[in-house]
Design a protein around this ligand. Structure first.
Ligand code: ADP
Ligand code: ZN
Ligand code: ZN
Length: 821
């Protein structure tokens, strides 16, 4: 018996091993097996195929052991992965690495540690487990490879797996993410109180002397029976019983109850009561019915609803419905929009039926969710599940998926650009849904041109919400001509008098402000006034950005930094000037302009950790911050009640970005930030500063005129053979030697041209021609939409394989990006 397995490596294809007789009756596709690859290394692999005949003609190595009693990956997932491999031209191993939480794919290099909360208890351990724990106590940490020197290869993984499951050990990634369980106080009956005789005596006496205590006790018993659990969260109990902690304390003193501090299952936020969804408005109801109608015809729906039109409420209704059917649903949001704000909003309605899958969670939590989703297929009374997650949630082992919602479907962060697999989670989710016969809803206030085009072409069904919820009007947009303001001396550094006036009146009214500047740091360029010399990164072809707070010039691509020079490296002049401005500078200037107000900054630098990000958001929500300056981060799905003004400081920098999507991105960004203004009780204002007020895109933003924007942009895309009319595949060649990069790129372009003719463009220099000392060259392929994707990809894969197999290209790195963002 032979198996074809997927190894977590970026090598093409699968690998064949034979299955020893004693393992044959346990082997199944989707189970994890331990195999040896190369001389020493062992890996966790996934069984993809089983056969009586070998898939290859060479001697095979044996499967060392099988890790799972039941498959951890479903057959459907294996098909889905294969589709991704073929479509995105990546390897099965790359998909495996992206899909499985790392605790499910141990390998030689994985580092193991003792769990910080583990207390030595040798009696609970088997001999082998004890052996490993003892070694860890001495060594503090061991790699799987080290462990396999202690135990035989056959035993290693099962022992590790069992200790991981029981939280005796953990893998290093978890610790670096600082493992912290949540604790809550639970109430439990003491052993004494469980005695029936005792109860029979206690109850009548309580009835006479302490009826409130009796009431609490009866409530406890009822809840315990309802939920079929031994202990009940204190807060929940007191709320349900309308009781108080002093009454509870009396029962504790009597020895009826005991309190314990239990680690809460991180996904299980105690049994709080769930609330039904809001009643939909007439507009929402109409949209909801249209969505349902389209679902019945198995159409993908594009919900185009302006910001704050109540899309999320509609999602909640749809999710609720799938939940009541006992099915699974997936709600995808951009990574950064997956905040406590959104989670709490859903939690209110779905309680612990809501599972959150987040790449910023520690690995153990991700495994918990993985297993819950996987176990759904075995649930007898199929309880529904709602899963909210960022892009990687498409890889969860669904078995009973009914609905997929992709919120902010236009968001470019659905695309993983680095490393491979370079997949787009929105497009992949649409495919997943079709494989599972689930409904798909793509939602956005500013749909991508691709989805909008699909709707126009009747491939998708479009539902629109043109008005904001609750009579709220769209924010009023003012375009401020910076050139004109400069002429009239109405600019104070980067702020026009007009914008400053608007800010003053908002602040005077106790309202909040968001200012958007899509560049972090203090000043993007330091330039010699005399000879125009600019300090550059030594590893990348970019200028260095000044970060004043840290007294550094930094490269945003590789992290290289230097202390800012005081004189010019080229001519020696001391006259170095800052050009342009970033969020840090805006923040500093605002502190001078508005000394009596709280100014804060939200960008990549200030939101490095999950905690500081949440802290900023919470402080702003609570009104502890008056003005929030930020990069794109401030545009994503955040809902602040008291923001009445949004300022965009430099629209030109967005509009002039050298990329065919620049206009689409600018429009989306400006509409989305505008959408942060005036969400609840206040009416919103938006101020856009620009040197070029007649720009067509700004006009569309001014009038919130989506249709005209799309029509305008589609004409350009059609004229220049760009998506959605053409599909793009971008091949990037990387080499440390510039001449080699050039040579290899030319060969690649020539070989691809033999297959695809004039559809091949390049090689060209990308916007940044060198990153981390690798020279980059690109070859672009533009394909008509009518071509068969399958055939194209097969021919392309063949050409790429041929290119990579040439000995001269050994040291060349080749990246393929299908549908680049
Ligand atoms: P969107 O997702 O389109 O930006 P939301 O769903 O967040 O819009 O709705 C905007 C605001 O209106 C939110 O504060 C939301 O709670 C409120 N809202 C939307 N629909 C309803 C409804 N049917 N009943 C009560 N409040 C609603
Ligand atoms: Zn100079
Ligand atoms: Zn650099």
């Amino acid at each position: 018996m032979f198996v074809e397995v997927i190894l977590p490596l970026s090598l093409p294809g699968t690998f064949t091993y034979h299955v020893p007789v004693e393992l044959q009756d346990q082997i199944m596709t989707g189970k994890r097996v331990i195999v040896q690859f190369g001389k020493q290394k062992i890996y966790t692999a996934i069984v993809k195929n089983i056969s009586d005949v070998s898939f290859v003609n060479i001697d095979t190595k044996p499967v060392i052991s099988i890790l799972d009693d039941l498959p951890v990956v479903t057959n459907l997932q294996l098909d889905y992965w294969q589709w991704m491999v073929d479509y995105y031209l990546c390897t099965p191993g790359e998909i495996l690495a992206a899909a499985l939480p790392s605790a499910l794919r141990l390998q030689s290099e994985t580092t193991l540690l003792l769990h910080p909360e583990y207390k030595t208890n040798s009696s609970a351990l088997s001999e082998r487990e004890f052996y490993l724990v003892e070694a860890l106590e001495k060594e503090k940490q061991l790699t799987v490879a080290n462990v396999s020197k202690l135990l035989s290869l056959k035993q290693v993984m099962p022992v590790i797996k069992s200790l991981l499951l029981r939280n005796v050990i953990l893998i290093e990634e978890e610790l670096t993410e600082r493992y912290k369980p949540r604790y809550a106080t639970f109430v439990r009956m003491t052993a004494m109180a469980k005695d029936e005789q005792y109860m029979q005596e206690l109850m009548p006496s309580l009835e006479r002397k302490a009826p409130k205590q009796l009431d609490l006790l009866l409530n406890f018993i009822r809840l315990q029976q309802d939920d079929d659990r031994e202990s009940i969260a204190q807060t929940y109990l007191l709320k349900k019983a309308k009781s108080s902690s002093s009454i509870l304390q009396s029962l504790v003193k009597k020895g009826v109850f005991e309190l314990l501090n239990e680690a809460v299952d991180r996904q299980n936020f105690t049994n709080e009561e769930v609330q039904p969804p809001f009643v939909l408005s007439a507009d929402q109801q109409q949209a909801y019915l249209e969505v349902q109608g389209a679902f019945e015809e198995q159409k993908v729906v594009l919900l185009h609803g302006v910001t704050s039109s109540g899309k999320t409420e509609i999602y909640i209704h749809l999710l609720q419905e799938a939940l009541l059917k006992g099915k699974q649903s997936l709600y995808l949001v951009p990574e950064i929009a997956l905040t406590t704000q959104v989670i709490n909003r859903l939690r209110k309605h779905f309680g612990n039926k809501l599972l959150v899958y987040h790449s910023r969670f520690n690995d153990q939590e991700r495994v918990e969710v993985w297993n819950k989703v996987l176990d759904h297929q075995f649930k007898a009374n199929n309880e529904g599940q709602v899963i909210i997650g960022a892009r990687s949630a498409i890889f969860l082992p669904f078995s009973n998926l009914d609905l997929v919602i992709v919120d902010e479907e236009h968001d470019s962060s659905y695309k993983q650009s680095e490393p491979a697999p370079r997949y787009n989670a929105r497009d992949s989710a649409v495919l997943l849904a079709s494989m599972m016969k689930a409904n798909v809803l793509l939602g956005s206030a500013t749909p991508s041109l691709e989805s909008y085009y699909n709707a126009l072409a009747k491939k998708y069904f479009m539902v629109t919400l043109e008005r904001r919820f609750g009579e709220m009007i769209m924010p009023e947009v003012t375009i401020i001509d910076v050139r004109d303001a400069l002429k009239r001396k109405q600019m104070q550094s980067h702020f026009s008098t007009k914008l400053l006036d608007m800010m003053k009146s908002a602040l005077a009214a106790g309202e909040q402000i968001i200012l958007f500047q899509n560049r972090r740091g203090f000043a993007p360029v330091l330039e010699c006034k005399n000879c125009s010399w600019v300090p550059h990164c030594i590893n990348c072809d970019v200028s260095l950005t000044l970060h004043k707070q840290h007294g550094q010039l930094r490269c945003h691509y590789c992290g290289y930094s230097i202390i800012p020079p005081t004189s010019c490296n080229a001519c020696g002049s001391n006259d170095l000037r800052m050009k342009g401005f970033g969020t840090e500078k805006v923040e500093e200037e605002l502190q001078v302009l508005f000394p009596e107000h709280q100014i804060a900054r939200l960008d990549h630098d200030t939101a490095k950790s999950k905690r500081s990000f949440h802290r900023l958001i919470t402080d702003f929500e609570n009104g502890d911050i008056d003005v929030l300056v930020g990069t794109q981060m401030v545009t994503k799905g955040l809902d602040f009640e008291k923001v009445s003004l949004v300022g965009i400081l430099n629209a030109d920098q967005l509009l002039n970005y050298p990329d065919f999507r620049a206009h689409e991105r600018s429009f989306q960004l400006m509409e989305q930030v505008s959408g942060r203004a005036g969400r609840k009780h206040t009416s919103g204002k938006v101020a856009i500063q620009t040197y070029n007020p007649s720009n067509a895109i700004l006009k569309f933003v001014l009038n919130h005129d989506f249709k005209s924007f799309y029509n305008h942009e589609l004409i350009d895309r059609n004229k220049f053979d760009y998506p959605p009319y053409f599909r793009l595949i971008e091949c990037t060649v990387k080499h440390k030697d510039e001449a080699e990069a050039d040579r290899a790129a030319k060969v690649l372009a020539r070989e691809l041209t033999e297959v695809f003719g004039k559809r091949v463009l390049g090689p060209t220099h990308p916007n940044i021609g060198r990153i981390r000392n690798y020279y980059l060259r690109q070859v672009m392929i533009k394909l008509e939409r009518k071509l068969s994707v399958k055939q194209v990809k097969q021919r392309l894969q063949k050409a790429l394989d041929f290119f990579q197999k040439e000995p001269a290209h050994r040291s060349v790195i080749l990246h393929v990006d299908v549908d680049p963002q």
